[in-house]
Design a protein around this ligand. Structure first.
Ligand code: PEP
Length: 260
């Protein structure tokens, strides 16, 4: 189970450092509970050194929210994979719907970034998800399948074994209206089946599929209990240690309830 926070463009650096410290403190108060749960935070680029430093002794990985597909060059304002690894980043969110919408990122862009992330040993968290209009038109499954296929075109089995896919219905992001657990499970099963066709059932079973879209402590249990939901990508609820760790606590409960 992976619980990942996407801080987006929030908090200044001292606030980000304080949030990271609060998360580290909260985890240190639950020493054994998190053996089966991976925790990741993805602050903005400028926070990464301070947050990595604050979490150096905590069981929390650090990731970025995007990166460029090339190693270096004339790309004003961009950040590369080698820059991220040089400050200890473990993962990178790619193809978030906000990047697709506001920066016109295409599946082909996401695909280049996925390959670049793997070249540099970063875990890509590939975001996919349909708009409300696409869902209402009955196209949710086909839209998401196309995004998965586009993002993973030419990605080897070895690299697929090191990636994460996040299903984030656009209509649930930042709206307070989460997908119902069964609705999310249905889409996760579509994604799992697609991955199984491409990489085989065993590899597909081990690729973590996160749900994202207004996950909060009060709805996390129902979502995380679904068979194909392996964790959460959390936006607004990741901006306070209490709510972020409240979701992580739910992940622990779900794990404890699973048959041995
Ligand atoms: C997100 O954008 O990745 C997200 C899941 O946001 P929120 O939890 O705020 O809906």
């Amino acid at each position: 189970m992976l619980i990942a926070g996407n801080w987006k463009m929030n908090t200044d650096v001292p606030e980000g450092r304080a949030l990271a410290n609060d998360i580290a403190t909260g985890l240190s108060e639950r020493p054994d509970a998190f053996a089966d749960i991976d925790v990741l935070v993805c602050p903005s680029f400028v926070h990464l050194p301070a947050v990595s430093d604050a979490l150096a002794d905590a069981p929390v990985a650090v990731g970025a929210q995007d990166m460029h597909a090339e190693d270096a060059g004339a790309h004003t304002g961009d950040v590369s994979a080698p820059m991220l690894t040089s400050i200890g980043c473990d993962a990178v969110i790619l193809g978030h719907s906000e990047r697709r919408e506001y920066y016109n990122e295409t599946d082909a862009d996401v695909n280049r970034k996925v390959k670049q992330a793997r070249t540099h040993d970063l875990v890509p968290i590939v975001c996919v998800g349909e708009s409300l209009q696409q869902r209402q038109a009955g196209n949710a499954a086909s839209v998401v399948t196309q995004q998965v296929e586009g993002a993973l075109s030419g990605v080897s089995i070895a690299d697929a074994s090191e990636l994460v896919v996040a299903y984030e219905p656009i209509w649930a992001i930042g709206t307070g209206e989460s997908a119902a657990p069964e609705q999310a499970q249905e889409m996760h099963a579509v994604i799992r089946d697609n991955l199984a066709e491409r990489y085989g059932a065993d590899v597909a079973a081990d690729i973590p599929l996160l749900y994202g879209g207004s996950m909060k402590p009060h709805n996390a249990h129902g979502l995380l209990s679904q068979p194909d939901i392996d964790g959460g990508l959390i936006g607004s609820a990741s901006l306070a240690a209490d709510s972020f760790l409240g979701i992580a606590d739910e992940a622990v409960h779900v794990r404890q309830e699973e048959p041995a």
